[in-house]
Design a protein around this ligand. Structure first.
Ligand SMILES: NC(=O)c1ccc[n+]([C@@H]2O[C@H](COP(=O)([O-])OP(=O)(O)OC[C@H]3O[C@@H](n4cnc5c(N)ncnc54)[C@H](OP(=O)(O)O)[C@@H]3O)[C@@H](O)[C@H]2O)c1
Length: 311
């Protein structure tokens, strides 16, 4: 099968397009023909190993000390079940699925095997019927991150919430999920993305490139930093000061991403009933993965960047 391999940590051109052996599913696994993957913040971390110092040693232990332990990288997939091992129950050949591969990685390829039960090596669920495979890859990553960290806020209708980094893969879903919960949503992103973020439902928008403080009249019940701790600004610090006395602040970097098919089932429902619409900035074929990584590394994509495979 065709795949992209990464035999050392480094810049985007360490990625090589290769012919490799097709995997064979174990009894508790399904074989998925991957139709789309994505270039996520996690893929950039893994390929470059440019990981914040506090996480570098544990991440290297898990991913490979001197080079990636798993040659085929790629965290996110959407595709079609080709076969299901005898111990599996949830899926049948022909099902369209989406998910993440966790520490197993392997999504930059035409096929991958994944346990049907959630584990640190993946989670998988039925893909929403009303979106493309490419859109599904943006949804699965952004939705898993946004839901996990917004659950901390116990958000209720009419509360004021702020999404810092509203144009990223998790940010675009966080804005829409906030509206679904009935909150009044303030969204922070750069000027060129303000209109789009408004079109997703944000009630107020702030351009972090030319504002240092949020509206002085608003106190926030919940703030999600959806770009992570490495991206700092005076505005972010001032937003924290605008939390209400009982307000909750969550950074997307506080705790590991949990791979949960239950969250994906919930996401599927919200996408199918139109409450959430995944956002894809650009789509590249697998052969152009180096270009895709270069684009994402610039740090200003809008929503997700997808990779089409096998078409
Ligand atoms: N906890 C975990 O296990 C885990 C797992 C994966 C990822 N993460 C964290 O999640 C973060 C976000 O991932 P993601 O894929 O959702 O984001 P992303 O799509 O990579 O975010 C890109 C967005 O960040 C915005 N941005 C860039 N610099 C900014 C700044 N200084 N201030 C505000 N916004 C800025 C850009 O908006 P503009 O173009 O509008 O400027 C761009 O749209 C990662 O960076 C990582 O820290 C955590």
């Amino acid at each position: 099968m065709k795949a992209v391999i990464c035999t050392r940590y480094g810049p985007p051109d360490v990625l090589q397009f290769k012919e490799v052996e097709k995997p064979v599913p174990k009894e508790n696994e399904i074989l998925v023909e991957i139709r789309a993957s994505a270039v996520t913040a996690s893929d950039i971390f893994i390929r470059s190993s440019n990981i914040p110092l506090r996480m570098r040693i544990p991440m290297r232990i898990m991913l490979g000390i001197f080079k990636p332990r798993r040659k085929i990288i790629g965290l996110v997939f959407a595709g079609i079940v080709k076969s299901a091992g005898p111990e599996t129950k949830r899926f049948a050949p022909g099902d369209e699925v989406y998910g993440m591969t966790g520490f197993h990685l392997g999504a930059y390829a035409e096929y991958t095997c994944i346990k049907e039960k959630d584990s640190t090596t993946g989670c998988v669920a039925i893909k929403p019927q009303n979106i493309s495979f490419e859109e599904a890859t943006s949804a699965v990553y952004g939705g898993s991150l946004a839901f996990q960290f917004m659950e901390k806020g116990r958000i209720r209708a009419k509360q004021n919430i702020l999404i810092y980094g509203a144009s990223g893969t998790s940010g675009v879903i966080a804005v829409q999920y906030g509206k679904y919960l009935g909150a009044n949503v303030t969204a922070v992103c750069s000027g060129k993305h303000l209109d789009y973020v408004k079109s997703l439902g944000a009630d107020n928008v702030i351009d972090y490139t030319n504002a240092d403080t949020p509206d002085k009249d608003i106190k926030f019940d919940f703030i999600l930093d959806s770009v992570g701790k490495a991206k700092k600004s005076r505005l972010k610090e001032n937003c924290k000061k605008a939390l209400s006395d009982t307000g909750i602040y969550a950074s997307i970097d506080d705790g590991n991403l949990v791979l949960s098919s239950k969250r994906l089932d919930f996401l599927t429902g919200l996408i199918e009933n139109g409450a959430i619409k995944p956002v894809v900035d650009k789509i590249y074929p697998l052969e152009e993965i180096v270009e895709a990584h270069r684009y994402v590394e610039k740090g200003h994509k809008m929503g997700g960047v997808a990779i089409t495979i096998g078409r």
